[in-house]
Design a protein around this ligand. Sequence first.
Ligand SMILES: NC(=O)c1ccc[n+]([C@@H]2O[C@H](COP(=O)([O-])OP(=O)(O)OC[C@H]3O[C@@H](n4cnc5c(N)ncnc54)[C@H](O)[C@@H]3O)[C@@H](O)[C@H]2O)c1
Length: 469
Amino acid sequence: MEIAIIGSGYVGLVAAACFAEIGHQVICVDNDQTKVAALSRGEAPIHERFLPELLARHRKERLRFTTSIAEAVRASEIIFIAVGTPTDEAGKADLSTVEQVVQAIANELRGSSAKQKIVVEKSTVPVGTSQWVRRVMREAGAREGSFDVVCNPEFLREGCAVTDFLYPHRIVAGGNEESCDRLRLIYAPIIDGSYAERADAVPQPDGANAAVPFIASSAESAELIKNASNAFLAMKISFINAVANVCEAVGADVEQVREGVGSDARIGSEFLRPGLGYGGSCFPKDLLAFRSTAADAGYDFRLLDEVIRINAQQREMFLRKVHEALWTLKGKRLAVLGLAYKGGTDDVRESPAIAFIRMLLKEGANVVAYDPAAAAKAREAFGEDEITLCDHLYSAAESADALIILTDWEEFGQLDFGRLRSVMKAAVLIDGRNMYEPEFVAARGFAYYSIGRTSLPRAKAATEVDRAA
Ligand SMILES: NC(=O)c1ccc[n+]([C@@H]2O[C@H](COP(=O)([O-])OP(=O)(O)OC[C@H]3O[C@@H](n4cnc5c(N)ncnc54)[C@H](O)[C@@H]3O)[C@@H](O)[C@H]2O)c1
């Protein structure tokens, strides 16, 4: 099928590459000319596993890029809108970019005699947006009957976006039956598992569904499925962080508690990792927007307030931990590992790491940071000379008073402690993502502070070293 994707960001570009991968002709639009030029040259503007391979495989053949919405609409039967939906100052979803795109699509459909096109809401939007899109389309001149609107929310996670898209837990489509069926056809190779059987398929992750449920619903329900899913996942993160704080207070180990709780299939272990709290371009904004939607509808969703409060508090708690380890921060050289909001991505939007670095800077610390992929994007978040960015992990650690892990990149779980000890001023590891067993770190001569577990400060760590020796 001929598909247009408007907005070539983390969602749009991944969706475009994956639709091409399952056999469709895709035209991908962005109003950022530099991005479109880079994509047309075959460069991936974001860090995402398997994306460069898919772009190389399909560019020119099944996947092309343009800045023209009109061209994309003319060439396609189905048009996905995947532009950003940030929150405005009042905490509501700012749908102005969606509106501009809808008007541009409608312009192209004015007077068109082409077969009915389907406009798909891929962006995360508040409930009721589908109705609103229809109205804008009509008011902008799109002929009645020339289009339909379906909500098809996206659940991919950055860092494993390609595999999440090709091997999803479910696909949701909200709208009238006939249009949902057309969407079902687009996803057919994913739904029936035939894509996974291809010899050249992107490898299937552990635990992927053999056949993917396709959930057809009303547009309102589909919009709410996305809102409620993100709110629930954020709630799980805040829940385990609150439990971590209780663990610390009573001398329990949150990692043991997490394992015990998450092994219950009714609860599940995913999104139950204690740490610095959630961040990124989705959860913070989606929770605010959902709370606002509920309030507008007359429901005071206080549970969401608490999820948001616990998340913000988690950074304060972690700062206390840094103080517990170092007492004062002024003038201290702190080596920070991680700038992205989570491992596997270069996205720094609403990154807890960036917010936490700001807290360290406010206390007068000198921050030297390393991230395998997000340094360039983080550079824009800080003023000139505010922090030092290093290209190598061990250069960042040189002469540091402490090493602080803020992002759960896999490589941060494989540190060479001997090398670190030889370059750092003091052997102190403060781990905001619980990447290690405390005894393991202590046995390597490091004081170790983590979340929801008893700290092993220097004296205790030294004893562990003696025992290991
Ligand atoms: N990032 C995620 O993990 C994720 C996951 C699920 C859903 N979502 C939702 O998907 C939507 C897109 O998120 P994203 O992270 O891909 O955003 P993004 O900022 O990475 O991408 C948006 C893209 O749209 C382009 N754009 C803006 N205005 C445009 C216009 N008028 N015409 C054409 N292109 C335009 C931008 O240049 C950008 O490339 C959001 O609603 C988000 O909440 C995101």
